[in-house]
Design a protein around this ligand. Structure first.
Ligand SMILES: [Zn+2]
Ligand SMILES: [Zn+2]
Length: 287
């Protein structure tokens, strides 16, 4: 047997049911809540008082259930493990419940038909969508925490920033759900242009996006846009679409048939970006 130490599989699948049943208890949740957002650990009796449980045997039983996975005991007392933080963070982010908002109109026109764009949040995801051609320009799941402590008017831009953040994570090779590594495969069958299918090698989730998205962090592309007065970082996703012509093409005469080209066009000047099938930039050509 290979005795190399690796961090990848096979590893035991996380026992999701066990984790949920551990947390299906009001006392345990309130222990986690009391330890959340605290710089200092709490002693056993401080924690028991805050949770408001008299019976220290009972309290000890519930605390014991959380120890290891969600709570750890240090010299100073009890504190949350990273899993404990994450699980409480998910509680603050909100459940995917019935929250919706009225559509918010956006000033910029639809990049496809020049119709009216609007931002929508519906239960568990947001969309920047065209009222006229009904295309979703940006759509992504997000817990309702994204709506909190924010003005209604700023939400379209917040949605765009969040989507860009997640897309950056994916193109950098991280699964946004479990942080496992992603592998990319080109989807040349995609109707509009060439899609990039990113699949998580750990949890298996599949995410398809346009290949143009992976250009947003390419230095030559960022510099080219800046020379033409466009700050790619500040431009909302729905306004970027016209820059990427959407006609990504396979390069016929290349040694590797999976080489693709994408044109970025600003003010009649074109930057052609050549990528391999892993979306690594091979070269950029100005014309
Ligand atoms: Zn449209
Ligand atoms: Zn994953």
């Amino acid at each position: 047997m290979d005795d190399r130490e690796t961090t990848d599989g096979p590893e035991p699948a996380p026992d999701v049911e066990d984790a949920f049943s551990l947390l299906a208890d009001e006392t345990r949740l309130s222990i986690l809540r009391e330890l959340y957002a605290r710089d200092e650990p709490l002693t056993f009796s401080e924690l028991r008082e805050r949770v408001g449980m008299r019976d220290s045997g009972q309290f000890n039983y519930h605390l014991g259930k959380l120890k290891g996975q969600f709570v750890e005991q240090t010299d100073g007392g009890y504190e949350l493990t990273m899993s404990g933080f994450r699980v409480l963070g998910a509680v603050f982010a909100g459940s995917y419940d019935e929250q919706t908002i009225d559509p918010i109109p956006i000033d910029d026109p639809c990049p496809l038909c020049s119709g009216g764009l609007e931002a929508i949040y519906d239960r568990d995801h947001f969309e920047i969508t065209c009222e006229d051609c009904e295309t979703n320009i940006v759509a992504y799941p997000a817990p309702p925490g994204i709506l909190r402590s924010r003005d209604r008017e700023e939400l379209p831009e917040v949605f765009s920033r969040y989507a860009r953040h997640i897309l950056g994570q994916i193109t950098d090779g991280f699964c946004p759900f479990c942080l496992g590594p992603t592998a990319v495969e080109l989807d040349v069958e995609k109707v509009e242009g060439i899609g990039a299918n990113h699949q998580c090698q750990h949890c298996g989730v599949d995410m398809t996006m346009s290949t143009g998205v992976s250009l947003l962090q390419v230095p030559d592309v960022v510099a080219f846009a800046r020379e033409h007065g466009v700050d790619l970082q500040d431009t909302p996703l729905w306004a970027l679409d016209p820059l990427f012509t959407g006609d990504e093409r396979l390069v016929e005469d290349a040694d590797d048939p999976a080489t693709i080209e994408i044109d970025v066009i600003i003010d009649d000047e074109t930057l052609t970006v050549r990528l391999d099938d892993q979306l690594t930039v091979l070269e950029t050509i100005r014309s």
